[in-house]
Design a protein around this ligand. Structure first.
Ligand code: 4AD
Ligand code: MG
Length: 449
């Protein structure tokens, strides 16, 4: 067999059940292997699935040169199939048979088996510590669980792009290296930029605002960086950030769009990939419940609700993980918290004229305690108002002059939001920890491999 040129059948195709009694060729990696003197069981995997393959050790009693040759051929095949390690790469040929006991209900009875690359015994066995699995992440990514998660991550991004394509939003790349903070100085990663200080971006939003002045409705999709000293199940130092920004949008339109987007995402992922969702531990029915409207609660009401739940939070403080958990743990659908206090929100958020002291902000909290997945707001679009706010916060004008310029020349009302891809995947797949939503998680104590 030639692993490059021969025609191989993807395992998922065989599991569809249309190959019964037919001869197929499969190539991939050994997922599991066990054997006795009489029988070899090799579970093979490729990118599409796993299938059990079996081979009997037929001791040939036949006489004569021809029979002897066939017997030695068979012996060689049995030896190859029983000498592999987990994760050795192999190819095989055999007949597809129905077998209720096999995973997926089908097995291949091997007639030919060749090792492509045997390698060394795979270091990852059952019941390894989390730290060990993170150290060997480059190998652990071959596991069924992570493979399924990353398929779903891909489909999540695909459906989100599809949503914005249908709405004719265009996307442009924001820079990653910046001179100024978007979300405050506390979580900036500083770097040396040819002798001057620069930062890894916390958000592409400000550049997204630039693109609205030419393209009107846009999104930027890029990594954002946060030097978060916290060790939590929902913080990464490097995450993927989807940030739509829309000209001529107000707060209500902004929340309407977020709602429509999440409904489109949940409905489509549940309808298109129910089995994958089930396999990673999320009942697709949970996601089909995400429809209609999401409750919109003003910050002030949210605080009162927290206090009625005996949480120790005062009016004036931002909601934290505990409050977000308590507010959403029994919900089926996300909720918006809006009109936060100007005092603890970002400098660019527009004040609500009808409720001074609050801004036209919104955070979207996922149900079942998964916490904030989106932050958005209407932006200050008046030059004077922006300059005043920057002065109050002592922001260095020189670094932000270009951002002020957007207000100086032909400014229009606009709004936007930022969605953390990993936070959304964590919620949709019902995962315990955000690190499993990104192939190589960067956290406070890890940036290897
Ligand atoms: O609420 P944030 O900080 O808002 C912004 O960055 C705005 N500039 C977005 C905008 O309006 N364009 O971050 C937005 C989202 C959060 O709701 C969360 O989903 C995600 O980014 N996020 C993180 N995800 C993983 N790890 C972290 N450390 C994150 N910090 C924020
Ligand atoms: Mg936020």
């Amino acid at each position: 067999m030639d692993c490059i040129n021969d025609k191989f059948t993807p395992i998922a195709k065989i599991l569809e059940g249309k190959h019964e009694g037919k001869k197929v060729k499969v190539r991939g990696w050994v997922h599991r292997e066990r054997h006795s003197a009489k029988m070899a069981f090799v579970v093979m995997r490729d990118s599409t699935g796993i299938i059990q393959c079996t081979l009997k050790n037929e001791e040939s009693g036949a006489e004569g040169a021809k029979a002897g040759k066939a017997a030695s051929e068979k012996k060689k095949i049995f030896e190859a199939a029983t000498s592999v390690y987990v994760e050795s790469s192999c190819m095989l040929e055999g007949i597809v048979k129905k077998d209720e006991r096999a995973p997926g209900g089908w097995e291949i009875q091997i007639s030919n088996f060749e090792i492509i690359y045997k390698g060394e015994p795979f270091p990852i066995a059952k019941d390894q510590s989390t730290e060990f699995l993170l150290d060997t992440r480059h190998l652990w990514l071959r596991s069924q669980k992570l493979t399924k998660i990353f398929k779903l991550r891909h489909y999540t991004m695909q459906i989100l792009r599809e949503f914005f394509d249908k709405k004719e939003f265009l996307s442009l790349p924001p820079p990653i290296i910046t001179k100024s903070a978007c979300e405050g100085g506390a979580t900036l990663f500083e770097m040396d930029y040819f002798g001057s200080p620069a930062y890894l971006t916390q958000s592409g939003q400000m550049y997204g605002e630039v693109f609205t002045t030419s393209l009107e409705n846009i999104y930027v999709l890029a990594p954002s960086f946060r030097a978060e000293p916290s060790r939590t199940v929902r913080h990464l130092a490097e995450y993927w950030h989807l940030e739509p920004e829309m000209a001529f949008y107000n707060q209500k339109m902004n929340m309407d769009l977020q709602e429509e987007m999440l409904i489109y995402l949940c409905q489509n992922i549940a309808k298109r990939h129910p089995q994958l969702l089930q396999d990673v531990g999320r009942n697709p029915k949970d996601l089909l419940k995400i429809k209609g409207t999401f409750e919109r609660i003003p910050y002030k009401k949210a605080i009162e609700k927290c206090q009625s739940l005996d949480l120790k939070i005062e009016y004036g403080q931002d909601l934290g993980a505990d409050e977000e958990f308590e507010l959403t743990k029994n919900l089926d659908k996300p909720i918006f918290i809006h009109n936060h206090l100007k005092a603890f929100k970002a400098f660019y958020m527009r004040e609500d004229e009808s409720e001074p002291g609050t801004v036209l902000s919104n955070d979207l909290l996922a149900p079942q305690g998964h916490g904030e997945i989106i932050g958005g707001s209407e932006r200050i679009w008046d030059e004077k108002e922006l300059l005043e706010r920057m002065k109050e916060l002592n922001l260095p004008l020189a670094d932000y002059q270009w951002y002020v310029d957007l207000r100086k020349y032909g400014s229009v009302p606009h709004a936007g939001f930022g969605l953390g891809i990993e936070r959304v995947v964590k919620w949709m797949l019902n995962l315990e920890h955000i690190r499993d939503t990104i192939p190589f998680p960067r956290t406070i104590n890890r940036y290897y491999p």
